[in-house]
Structure formats: C-alpha cells, structure tokens
Write a protein that binds this ligand. Structure first.
Ligand code: FES
Length: 106
C-alpha cells in the first residue's frame, strides 16, 4: 500500500491510496479528486486529465506515447513535467508522489 497526493492549483491537497495496475486518472476519479475530468475515459484523446509532476517523479512514471505528446502540445498550461494521468499506471513504487493539478483542463 502507499499513497499519492493530489494538490489543486490553489494548494488544497488530497491523499489517495495506490491501487496497483490502475491508472493515475482512475484512482483520482474514483476518489473524487476535483480537477480531473477524463472526458475520453482514458484513451489519450481529450487532454482533460492533465497533471503536472514533481521533476523527481517525472522519470519514474514511464515513457510517453506519440498520442500523449500530441495531446499535451494542445494543453494550455503544459509544463516540462506534464503528463496525461490516464497514461500513467500506478504502482507501489510511486508511494509518496505528489501530483499538481492545473487551474483549467482543456
Ligand atoms: S482521460 Fe482523456 S486524455 Fe486522459
């Protein structure tokens, strides 16, 4: 077991338990984390599950597909450590990770 903390753009944080094999988007939405819309259901096709990772965690969340990179190119608040949360499979190794939510999704 472990937890991931989601921090809203105005600094409110919510800790969520890791469920091995689920996506970061799935554990956020199933725990009612505000600010992740996930309109396409996890297909890397809507960009409304955008999150920003701490740089120390960015490299530990796996590679990015062309689809994800193209979608992030259209994301207004993109940062160097931006990811689509539906494209990150969570694992116990991510215990303690902090994820920041942008002010707006697309
Ligand atoms: S849920 Fe649509 S891109 Fe992630």
């Amino acid at each position: 077991m472990g937890t991931i903390t989601f921090v809203s753009h105005d600094g409110e944080s919510q800790e969520v338990e890791i469920v091995e094999g689920k996506s970061l988007m799935q554990i956020a939405t199933s725990n009612g984390v505000d600010g992740i819309d996930a309109d396409c259901g996890g297909e890397a096709a809507c960009g409304t599950c955008h999150v920003i990772l701490d740089s120390e965690w960015f490299s530990k969340t796996g590679g990015q597909s062309e689809d994800e990179l193209q979608m992030l190119d259209m994301t207004p608040e993109r940062e160097p450590t931006s990811r689509l949360s539906c494209q990150i499979e969570v694992s116990e190794d991510m215990d303690g990770m902090t994820v920041t939510l942008p002010e707006f999704q697309m």
